[in-house]
Every structure is written in C-alpha cells, then in structure tokens.
Write a new protein. Sequence first.
Length: 1210
Amino acid sequence: MFWKIFVFEAQNRLRRPAVYVYFLAVLLFVIFSFSAGALPAGEKEHFNSPMMIARTYAWLSIIMMLVTSAIMGMPLYKDIEYNTKDYYLTYPITKAGYFWGRYCSSLLFVLIIGSAVMFGAYIGTFLGPLLGLNDAGRYGPNKLIYYLQPFLLIGVPNLVFTSSLFYGLVALTRNIKVIYSGGTILFLGYLIATFFLAHSSNEMVIKLADPFAFNGVRMQVNQADDYLKNISTVSFEGVLLINRLLWPGIGFALLLFSYLRFNFADFFSGKRDKKIIKDEIVNRSAQRPKVSTSFAGKYNIRTLLTLTKTELSNIIRDNYFWIIIGCGLTFLGFIFYLGDSFYRVPNLPRTVSLLVIFYDNFLFFIFFIIIFYTGETVHRDRTTRYAYINDSLPAPNWVLNGSRLLSLLVLGTFLSTIPMFLGIFIQVIKGYYQFNLLVYLLDVFVLMLPRFLEMVVFAYVIHVVINNKFAAHGVGIAIWIVLFFAHITGVFNYNLFLYSYPPNYSISDMDGIGHMLTPVLWFNIYWLLAGGLLIIMSALFYYRGISSSFKERWQLARERFDRKTKWMAFAVTVCFLAAGSYIYYNVSYLNSYLTGAESDKRAVDYERTLKRYENLPLPKLTSIKLVVDLFPNKLEAKTHAYFTLVNKTDKPISKMLLDGEGITYDLKIEGKDMDYTVPLTYARGKFNWFRPERDTADFRIYSFARALAPHDSVVVEMNSVVKHKGFQNDSYSGDILHNGTYFSGGIPGLGYDEGEELGSNYERKRFGLSPKTDKEVSQNDPVGKSTLIMGSAADLYSLDITVSTAGDQTAIAPGELQKTWKQNGRNYYHYVQQSPGLYPSFKILSARYSVSSGNVKIDSLHNVKTSIYYNPVQSINTWRFMNAMEDGLKYYSKVYGTYPYKDLRLVETSIYSGGSSSYPTLNTYNENTGWSADLSHQGLLDYCYYDASKLIARQWWIFQTPPNNTVGSQVISVGLPKYDAYVMIERKYGKENMGEILQEEIWNYLFWHSRGQEPERPLINANRWYEWETKAAQVLYGLRDLIGDENMNAALRGFKNEYAFKKDPPYAGSRDLYRYLKMHTPDSLQYYLKDTWEKITFYNNKILSVTASPLDKNNYKVTIILKAEKSYLLGKGNYVSTPMDDYVDLAVFAAPSEDKTGRMQLNPLYVKKQKLKSGTHSIVLVVKGKPVSVGIDPYGKLIDQMPDDNIKKF
C-alpha cells in the first residue's frame, strides 16, 4: 500500500504545474545569480568556488521554507479540501502506508526542487562567459564534489528538517494555515536566535544551535582567503557534523510524534472540528412578512459593503492570522527595542532610525502576509465549497470581486500603520518622547501605504489569473524575489520597469524626507495607476462557479472587455502613460539613466581618452576667495570665486583638465573668458531615447592665453551654479538640502582622477584594458614626495569665504569668523584664514542649528573658541563632545605643540554627508552616530568622546603635517589620529580598561586581513585602509607601552615640528615618521619596530592551563602554563614561525568590579612584562588576593592570530 500511494502521489505531482513552477523559479534565480555574478564573492574568489556554492545552499535552503511549506502542506490537506474520505475509508489503506507514502513522495519532490540550486549554479558558470555577463576567469573548475557535497550535507538535511516539521503540523492540526504561522515562527525565531548567537563567543553553541548550518558555514568561509575558497570544500567534521545529524533527527522525531498521534479515521471525519448545533423551535404558523426583491444600485452597494466586512471578518477572526501578526510584531518590537548601535552602545529610538529598521528587515515579511492571505481570500469559497451557493447569487462580478479586493486593501492599510504605532509604543516604553509625527505620517501614508497597496493588487491579480493557490504563491514570490534582486544588485534597476519600486530614499532627522519626496510621490502615483490596470485585468479574469480552464476564462475576459471597461482602461492607461512620461522626462531626458554596463563603458572611454593627461603638470592653488549664495529651498547654490594659481613645477603650464560634473560654470582671466575644448563624449544611454546621440562629458581642457611659466602665478575668476535638474532614477543630490547642506563650493575638480577608472580587473580584461594594480608611488619618488596626498594641485592656501543662506539657517565654513549680518531676510557670514593657512579641502555647511560654545585656554597667550553646531532635537551628548574638545586641545597642544588656530568647530551633518570628516578648524559628525547615542546606562564606552578625540587629532596630523603622495603615507593622516584616540580613552578610563576597545579593533583588523585580495604589506608600505588605520594605531599604542609616554611624545613632536605647515616639498611620508620613532626607541626594543613596521608579524600566544593554591594572609600561589609563538607572513597565507625573545604582558586578575563611571573594570593583582622565548613556559607567581583569571597580552597590545585564547579563567 505504501508503494501505491507513493506512486499515486508522484503521478499527481507531475500533473500539476506548481512543481514545475517552483523548480524553474529556483533554477532560473540561481542561474541568474551565478551567471550575472550577483553573489558576495571576493575579488579573487570564483563565483562557482566550493565555498560559494555551500554558502548559497545554506541561505537558499532557508528561503526554500516557502517551497517546502507549499509542497509538504498539500498531501494531507487536499484530501480534506476535496472531501475524499468517502473513497479512502472504503479502501484497505493502512495508516502507515497513507502517512509515509504521502510524506516520502512529497519529500522526493522537495529534494528535486532543492537540486535546482546545484543545476542552476552549474549552468550559470557556462552562461556567464557565453553571454558576456562575466569573464571566464571568474569561474573555476566544475568538480562534481563542489556541487554534490553542499547538496547532500547542507541542502538535504535542511529540507528534511523543514519538510518533516510542516508535514507533521498539518497531520496534527488538519489546517493548512498552520504552515504559514509555523513557517513564520521558525523564520523569525531563527533570525532572533541568530542575533543572540552573533553576540555569543561560544563557537560550539553557535554551530549546534543553527538548524540550517548557515552560521557554521559562514564562519568557515570568513576564515578562509580567496585562494582557499576556490579549492576547499566546507569541512563537515566535529560540531558541524553533529549539527547535520542533529536537526534532521529533531525534524524526524517531530514527524514520528505526529505519526503516533495520527488517527486515520478521525483525520478524515474531522471529529475534532465538529460543533453540535442545537435545533431551534420555529413557529411555522406565524405570519411571514412580505418580501420585495430589488437588485438595483443600492443593493449592490450594500452587498459590496457587507461582503467586504465579511471578508475582513474572516481574516480578523482567523487565529493563525493573529499568530503570524503577533510573531511579526514580536520580532519587529524586538529589533525596534534593540535599535541600531555603535561600539555596542545603543542609539536612542529616533523615528527615522525605526523606519529604516522596518524597511531593512520587514518588507518581505509584509509581502508574504499579503500574498498568503490574498490566496486564502480569493480561494476560500472554493475551499469551503460555499462558491456553489455564493456564485449563484444575483450580485454582479464587480461586487464579488471588489469585496475581496477591498478587504485586502484594508489589510494592506492596516499593515502599513504597524511601524508607526509600534514605533511610538517602543519610544514610550524606552522613555523617548520626541515623536517625529510628521515623518511618521508622511512615510506611512504617503510613501509606504501606496507600495503596500501595490503589493496587494499584484498578489490579487496573480491569484485570480493563475487560479491555483499554491502555484500563485510560487509565481508571485518568484517574481517578487526577481524584482528585489534586480533592483538591489543593480543588474537592472530602472524603476520605470520594476513594479512598485520608487527611488531609494533616506530619512533624516535634520531634513526629513526632503528633496526625495517629489520623485517618490511621482513613482508611487505611476505604480498606483499600474495597479489600476491590474485591477481591471482581475475583473476580466475573475471567475465564479465551477473552476474553468484558462482558455475558457480568456474567452470570458474578451467578452467582458465591453465599451465601458474599454473606456475605463483607456482613461487609466492615459494617466499611467502621462505619469510615466513625466518621470521619464526627469529621469532620462533632464538627467541620464545608465545601466551598469553603460557606466562601465563610460569609465573605459574616460580612461582611454583622458589617461594621456594624467601626468599633465598642474598649478598649485595658493589662495581662494569665494562668495557663495545658498538657496536651500530651491536646492541651488551660486558661487563667485577668485583663485590664485602658482606654477611650482619646472615646466610651463599651457592647459589644465577640469571635471565639472553637476556644475554649470565659466572661467575668466582678467575679465576674458578662457578657451576650452571638450575632449570626451559618450554614447547615449539606451533608455535615454530623446537625448542627443552623443552625451557631452563634464570634462574640459582649458588653455591659458599665455603659458604659465615656472614660479609664475595667475588669478582665475569663476562663476558657477549648482542646481539639480528634475529628479533621477535613484537617490541623488546629497550636497544641497533643505536643511543640512554639505557643499563643496561649486568648484570643478582639477586634473585626471584615477578613481573614475574601471576598477574590476575582470571587467578591464573584457574591455581590453591592462590589469589595474594598486598605484604605489615609491617613497623615494621625487614627484610623490613633492605632492600632497590631497591631490596634485594641493598646497598651503589662504581662504576667504563669504556665504549667505536662508534667514533661519546658520552657515559654517573653515577659518575664523570675521563678521555676521542680515540682509534682505538672508544670513551672511564671512570666514577668513590667512596665517598659518590651510591645507585642502573644505566644506560649506548650512542648516537650522543650535550652538553650544566654550573657550579653551591652551596657555597664557592662546585661547581657542570651541563651538558645537547641532540639530536642536539631538542635544543630549553635546557636553560629551565639548569635554572631548577641551581635553583633546589641551593634551595634544601640550605634547605635540600649540593648536595654531583660533577656532575649532564640531558640526552635525545629515545622513547624506557620509560618516565623520575633518577640515581645517572644522570637524563634521554624521547625525546617525554619537548625537543620539544612549549612554544613560553606566558601563558603556563613551564613543562620542573617542570619535571626537580622533577628529581633533586630525587637526595635527592632516592639517598641520599633511602626508605626501607615496605608499604608506596614510599611516600619518589616519593611523596617528586613531592612536591618539586610544591615548585619550586610556586617560579617561585607565590603562586597565583598554582591553575592550583594543580587542574589538584587533578582531576588526583580523577580519579584513583574512579577506584581503592582495598580499598584505609591511606597515611602512601599508596599502589598505585596515593596515594604515587599525593596525597602525595598534602598533603605535604597543610601542608607546614599551618605550613610555615621554619617548613616544618626543618622537611624534619632533616629526610634527619638522613637517608642519611646509610651503615647499618634500612633505612627510611614512619613512619620515618611522625615522623619528627609531630615534626615540632604545636599542633593546628596536626588534619591535622592525617586526611591526618592516615585517608582517603575528603572535599566537595562549594560556594552556592555570591553577591557584591558597597561602596564608590572602596570598595565592598561581601556576601558569603558557605557549608563546611568533610568525612572519611571507606572502599570501604563508606564515613562517620565527624565534621569539619578546616582551609580553602577563597578568593575574581578581574578580572585575565597577569603576566610578559604572564600567566593569579588570582588577589586576599582577601585571608585568615577561621576556618570553618561543615555546611552552611554566611560570609560578604569588599574588595577594583571590585570582579569577590569567592572561598573556590580556589587553590586546600585540597582534595575535587568536585573541580569544589569551585569557583563561580558573
């Protein structure tokens, strides 16, 4: 009997389209991902590397819960739906044969669909190069084991687990909707569990507790470099192997429990669901009222409203609906409550951050609710067989169709309000009452609601047209996923063709939705009108009565497309096309939309045409005088400027290359326009049909009427306007905002910009370009030493800026504020910095700021005015920034030399400005970071103080001692400020509390080191940001710990004094810094400098065992067995052990306690540097006080390959 049912179920599956739809959806999606390269692969990692295939299987098997639920839910439930009990109960079918036959046959098809990942990846490796989507070099060898191992050890166990779970749930409950709720609970529970596991340091728990093995696979992938990823499969041994046996076993155990509880007769008879309805006594002799029938307009309206209420009631009274909503609210409330954080410090629950969290985490969940309950609403009458009655009633189609659609639109409206009401609830319980109600209302009802309604209409039409609930689920979800990935990967993100997608936009506390409101509104109108056309389509294909074939419904649709419907469709189509035309006019006529391939081609044309000008001698910019008028309400800026250019080369300069992207400008010398040519034009974008066939590039070559001789100078006058035309396909214009302008002055860039070249070597090969290597200018290169890292034209210059802005805003620029005044309702500000001058670059800011001011006395002769400009609703941490400014100015002035300017400002900027930035006398800090840090709980790192200290230090190491343009020089501009921030944190919290931040940063460095595409270089030749920032700061802090404050400060002060405010080259490089460090490092410690600057050194220190024996008078004898190891990295992945004779901290700690700030601090009973050789050591110490842990390099001053094993508890 098992075999007969197995075969019957298989034959039934093969006759249904759903299986083919699911298989093709997965297959095509994976083919697209692997052929187009839409995968998180490293630069040297093959798209079909064994680890990439394993990772793909791990996350896709999570998504495939949707498929598993559809396949495994139907075998049992369809017998209830189609009332087949009268047939089954008359046949000699056994319980085991029926239960396991259905299960095994369905599981077989789940596994077949799961194998589509394997086949899709394999096919994609051939289609990618064949279709020209990717270079053949991005794909490695296709070995069977690379595909078979992930399928058998990741895909099969995961699919067996979810299949067993869903099948068992239906067997127990007799309700298909339990799968929706069960899947929701599993998925959201998995996300919450993953969050907690991410904060666990127990690797065994992380690997065991993950039912899909995603975290275990991810950990192996992250620890491998690209070379290993290309040749190694994921290792399934130890805990990960146990995981692969454990979770399918749990699934099977749940299935076995369901089988034991399964009662064959009760399952079909539905005794658990029966309700006894008592007979009512009816007085049949009573006089009956006269009934008059009328099916006029009022009847239809009343019926529409009644049926809409009924459909809504069916959804609302569904317990499973509230289970799903409850799970979703719990998950959303959980992540709302946690919010975003930096350095493990939570931010306040600002309205804008909550809405961003909702968008990032919840839109797909909302879509799943909509499409599932659309299916239930559309197919409910047929499932309950009420359609035979309901569809015979006189109500017209538009009433029946409209009632269902209206009920679902109400559902969509309800779902759109969730982030607002839940967000306010979370804000209240966290004691945050600054509700930005305007942003809530705009975002929910103007921006979010239209998209939810578009989702509803899309799901409704899919279900009506396909006329099969589970097939419609599959098709709808597949289309939605394709739209999502096409948009997010940039493969095709032309929003006019991506249903329901508006431009991406950001929400700011300073500017709200700002300038992006208009384009998003237009796209929403456009897609709502498209939804109107889909509604007309649903009316044409709507069916009633007995289900009919698509051919019959197509014929019926043609009959329904009468004169009235045609006029309605015509009117909606005209409006749809009108809205689309206006959007197209803005996106593809006033502006230019380019596909990814077209952008790459333009980068190639740029390089081929303008590369010849890369070494063109450029004049130095020595004086800038600007008059800038900002018009925030118009999103416009006008600039009138005078630049003094000096030829500091030994060759005459006759022309210069300028890049004026987004700027309308002209240049004059002595009142005469400068002549220029446009050396580059581009082919028109394929979607920009009405633009000229050739687009004029923004590059110009200006010619001097008389060549600028060496040491000669010239004053150039410029007028420019920055005003963005219309709107674009995606987010744009982050420089001029209604509130929060972050403006570069409207000045075109000078010289060839290598950053605009095509970066990917694989893409370069496809276009016939030579491979791109890191541009390294030798540290002895005379041009590199005589050029600042800011650019070939950068020099010490004087600045004079007069800026006007709106009457309710404050304008800020570098330099000393000379004067402010008001004229014609506008605010004017005059900033000047003549001596000692400034190094590039600068920004002009304007917003509705509040200001907090102070005065820091550096010495008897020098005071510095400190100012913090901030958004009035984000004032909570301004005092922390002010403390950092005062402490930083005093300490850095003391150890490195007096701060040379009269002002220092910290300014809050909008989200469009990026992160934190520094300019002479001016530091900027993004609104999403420390301004809203919730440091009310004691014990948290005051990262406002830490980040501000780093920004202040840049005033010494970028704008007094700017680095030259040679390899490794960014250690000066980036590494030194971070090192100084470490010192300031140590001064604030004490040396014993440095472990937390040092170890977090070293883990950050190790992560990026493992993912580096090119072999790492010694620090003196650092060519990666994590080398010149994170590693450099760690190395400098370790050196200070060895040689002491006095020597370290003397070295840095001497270096700064030699290179500060140099008007003439050579400028400072990393070897110059290294030279001063060597001068002040004792001979006995020179090994550290050589190891950390000239070599790439890693330690592998480890505490093997510790014991403690009590002695008298609270003394303890501590026995430590440890291992010390040092290795040099000699090429990618080649670690070579080397003899060690180094100083390393050894510490014994008592129980931690709270310090005066509430932070948990380590209490060392013993800390001393031990000179350790390579190998195992046994060390005996006597300490006073009860020890709880022992550490070797416990604070993380050395770069250890595995910092976690440096501390061991008793």
